[in-house]
Design a protein around this ligand. Structure first.
Ligand SMILES: N[C@@H](CCC(=O)N[C@@H](CS)C(=O)NCC(=O)O)C(=O)O
Length: 218
């Protein structure tokens, strides 16, 4: 099986897929689409992803898009370790956790939204940054309330890592891109720390990607 991931170092949605691929130990090639230079709009990439977004997973010659759909696909073609449990309530719960980030928070901060704030509302870079931090903080607060209701033990569903943990770790990665303080969200911070102790998560972090490191040499 040949897997290619079109992603970008800063893309939170690509982060989620990188974690799932690593947890399942699936080898893949990552191809960078530089979202900050507008490469998502190039006609060659438009053939691959009609939405002009990353990630896209290409399995053999077939394209799959939307990070959570990609993760569920990977779970179906490579069931071990499972990222979604079989029990319906637990399955819905972990999907719901993932969607707090993927459906409610992250879409408000993506490049095309930031660009629209600039073009249509004349927002400057500090206003756009404040917008992104606001919605990111809302996501962190929502996850904190959810985890207080059902404390992780040690992960969101218990012993095994599920797609909900990828969402919560992704929320923290998003906050880190905006250099936000996590101390008001101790449950979230502790769960993310457990996740990022694993190489599947730490190696997928935006700051661990070659594209980021090339721009920020130590
Ligand atoms: N809901 C999609 C998100 C896709 C998305 O918006 N990706 C961002 C990067 S994280 C992107 O490519 N944005 C390009 C743009 O906004 O121009 C998913 O989960 O895959």
């Amino acid at each position: 099986m040949t897997l290619k991931l079109y992603g970008f170092w800063r893309s939170n949605a690509a982060f989620r897929v990188r974690v799932a691929l690593a947890l399942k130990a699936l080898p893949y090639e990552e191809i960078d689409i530089d979202l900050l230079s507008g490469d998502q709009f190039d006609s060659a990439y438009a053939e691959i992803n009609a939405g002009h977004v990353v990630p896209t997973l290409v399995h053999d010659d077939r394209q799959i898009f939307q990070s959570l759909a990609i993760i569920e696909y990977l779970d179906e073609i490579a069931p071990e370790p499972p990222l979604l449990p079989a029990e319906p309530f637990e399955r819905a719960y972990t999907r719901s956790l993932a969607m707090v980030l993927a459906a409610d928070v992250h879409p408000l901060t993506v490049p095309r939204v930031r660009q629209h704030l600039k073009d249509v509302l004349a927002a400057d870079s500090s206003g756009i940054e404040a917008w992104c931090r606001h919605w990111t903080a809302e996501g962190l607060a929502t996850y904190e309330r959810l985890l207080l209701r059902r404390p992780p033990a040690p992960f969101a569903l218990g012993e095994f890592i599920s797609v909900g943990d990828i969402g919560i770790a992704g929320q923290v990665a998003l906050a880190e891109v905006y250099h936000m303080d996590l101390s008001s969200y101790p449950q979230v911070e502790a769960l993310a720390k457990r996740c990022f102790a694993l190489s599947a998560f730490s190696d997928a972090h935006p700051f661990a990607q070659p594209g980021y490191r090339a721009k920020n040499p130590r």
